[in-house]
Write a protein that binds this ligand. Structure first.
Ligand code: M6R
Length: 611
């Protein structure tokens, strides 16, 4: 979603801001802007659409703007007001001396705006953020102190925010604060950076400090003043950022999504490393501080997540129930938070999130925590807001994922659920999981085999790329795979794709079938193979164009299916980890064939920080 970058020091701020925003582009946005202070004047430059439009705007005054050594920048994903130039950040006040960038939502902006308008403020945009600019300006008029003005303004603001503020009358200063939206300070030599996420600044410094809720940081080129909401001085907690700038390079692949799909064998190795050593050794989950006695006491697990993470959670339910016999409920976090939920201290609540910043999931785990549940967070970002809510943490170690469509993080989440389920089963005394552990160990080679034959999937993609709709069917443990395959396809190619349990087809969706409808059957050998095969026959009898994704070598499939995507043999319980790879590739190649913006699909954001 939105992204923030700030810089104060002796270098040209403009290039740092634009480069930082470029590294946040993957998060999804629809307008961009910067505010810089040049010759003592605060100047705003904004543009709707891609960052290149902003670059074109500043290029007209490049020599002039490049003189600035202080600035704040923003990419906006529209929530309040259309994605226009006027609604783009930074926002300013009547006299134009203040510039504010903001991530999050000001919930009481209507009341604030009404009051500010009565006091003579003229609003230019439809955004909630502009109220902050006017509010800070009015507090500054009273106090002549920018830090105090921001502090007083935040006392009147309800909602979530990460804010960076500059003021023309306070030279060489940026004030930043946050509540329920991430913001960090990067520390250099006589210079500071601000960012809503690490990729914006990692090429400049690995030394950083995460700002916590309601804390305020005042930066000059040579100083950092750090206080809480009551003006108490705080001691900065400086951290080393565990990221490499190289993670943000496509490394020769056409898109980040393709690169990330290819990284999956190594992601699996990473997730297993140090936790699953040999098939005859128990799993060790060092990160899980979940005490073994407590685990035995649990009578229920509730998993909350959104989107792709929700699909990983559904696989988690299947395997935890199967291996451990503990009932598991999975619910979209966005539904969980708006009803009376029955969680207590005997319920383990698992929040799953690639970004750790998904607002619905954060709210869900906070609600469960308030009811006394133990909170386990499975995330790719141990530095995220969600991770900070955790009683126990499983970092999934997929490395930074740039493409909006989640691929390798899904693989890492699914693998983490296998480890967790086996770990819990072993704590409960189950000890017949050697075969599965062996399969896990050899999984990376099998994924590599699929990647080595990607041209076959590419050919299949070409054949079906002009379809208007797509149906994915599966049963049992691969039903979430069908949902995830369909989600990938619709996210990046905008084809209307739906996943169904194969048995449900004849209860309604079968009405949709004709010669224009591709039906992709996920046919993994095991308990439900024959059942899905007969559901596929039913679809074929309605003239649907049949595609099989299978590990069966049965020649007879060739009569039923127009295209067959083959994957290596695998234990049915582990098959989701293998079956998803060709579906990711199929979605990728269809979108690529259709010429879509694969890494930054329309309307989507990498992390959805609003409820
Ligand atoms: O960061 P999270 O895993 O919490 O994000 C949840 C969803 O927004 C995310 O999975 C979304 O569905 C992706 N675009 C999937 O590709």
């Amino acid at each position: 979603m939105c992204g923030i970058v700030g810089y104060i020091g002796s270098k040209s701020a403009l290039n740092i801001l634009l480069e930082g925003l470029t590294n946040l582009e993957y998060r999804g946005y629809d307008s961009a802007g910067v505010a810089v202070s040049v010759n003592g004047q605060v100047e705003l430059y904004k543009a709707e659409g891609k960052l290149q439009n902003l670059k074109d705007v500043v290029a007209l005054k490049k020599e002039h703007v490049e003189k600035s050594t202080i600035g704040i920048g923003h990419i906006r994903w529209a929530t309040h007001g259309a994605p226009t130039t006027v609604n783009a950040h930074p926002h300013s006040c009547n006299c134009g001396k203040v510039a504010v960038v903001h991530n999050g939502i000001i919930e009481n902006y209507k009341e604030l705006r009404e009051r500010l308008e009565k006091n003579g403020c003229t609003f230019r945009s439809q955004t909630d953020t502009e109220t902050v600019a006017h509010l800070v300006a009015s507090k500054f008029a009273q106090t002549k102190d920018l830090t105090e003005a921001v502090r007083l303004a935040t006392k009147e603001i309800e909602g979530a925010y990460a804010l960076c503020v500059i003021h023309q009358d306070v030279k060489d200063t940026i004030v930043a604060t946050r509540r329920n939206a991430p913001l960090l300070v990067g520390i250099g030599e006589n210079e500071y950076y601000l960012a809503s996420d690490v990729p914006a600044i990692i090429q400049h410094t690995k030394k950083a400090m995460y700002i916590d809720d309601n804390q305020i940081v005042t930066l000059t080129p040579n100083s950092m003043k750090y206080i809480d909401a009551n003006k108490n001085i705080l001691e900065p907690k400086i951290e080393h950022l565990p990221w490499e700038p190289v993670a943000l390079s496509k490394m020769g692949y056409k898109h980040f999504m393709l690169k990330e799909i290819h990284e999956q064998p190594d992601v699996v190795r990473n997730v297993l490393s140090g936790k699953l050593r040999a098939m005859d050794e128990n799993i060790t989950l060092n990160e899980v501080t979940l005490n073994k006695d407590k685990l035995k006491e649990l009578n229920r697990i509730q998993i909350v997540a959104c989107g792709t993470s929700l699909h990983a959670a559904m696989i988690g339910k299947y395997i935890i129930e199967d291996f451990c016999g503990i009932p598991v409920d999975v619910e979209p976090a966005s539904e969980f938070i708006y009803r009376r939920t029955i969680t207590d201290e005997k319920t383990l609540v698992i929040g799953v999130s690639q970004s750790g910043e998904t607002a619905d999931t954060i709210t869900a785990v906070r609600q469960a925590k308030a009811l006394g549940s133990h909170i386990l967070i499975v995330t790719n970002r141990p530095d995220s807001t969600m991770a900070r809510e955790a009683d126990s943490l499983i970092p999934v170690n997929a490395g930074i994922e740039v493409s909006v469509a989640a691929t390798k993080s899904y693989m890492a989440q699914v693998l983490s659920f296998y480890l967790l389920a086996i770990y819990m089963a072993e704590v409960k005394g189950k000890n017949n999981l050697e075969k599965l552990k062996h399969e896990l160990i050899i999984l990376p080679q099998k994924i590599e085999e699929i990647l080595a034959h990607k041209e076959e999937i590419q050919a299949c993609a070409k054949k079906f790329a002009n379809s208007k709709d797509f149906i994915f069917i599966a049963r049992g443990i691969n039903f979430p795979t069908a949902l995830e395959g369909a989600l990938k396809l619709k996210e990046i190619s905008y084809i209307n794709a739906t996943g169904y349990t194969a048995g449900e087809l004849k209860h309604g969706p079968i009405a949709m079938l004709d010669e224009s409808m591709p039906v992709l059957s996920i046919l993994m050998l095991g308990k439900v193979y024959e059942k899905i095969l007969s559901n596929s026959e039913e679809a074929k009898a309605r003239n649907a164009r049949m595609i099989a994704l299978t590990n069966s070598t049965d020649k007879k499939l060739e009569d039923l299916f127009e295209s067959i995507i083959r994957v290596p043999e695998v234990d049915e319980m582990l098959s989701p980890a293998l079956a998803i790879v060709p579906l990711q590739l199929l979605a990728y190649y269809i979108a690529e064939f259709l010429g879509k913006d694969v890494d930054q699909p329309r309307n989507l954001a990498k992390s959805v920080t609003v409820e």
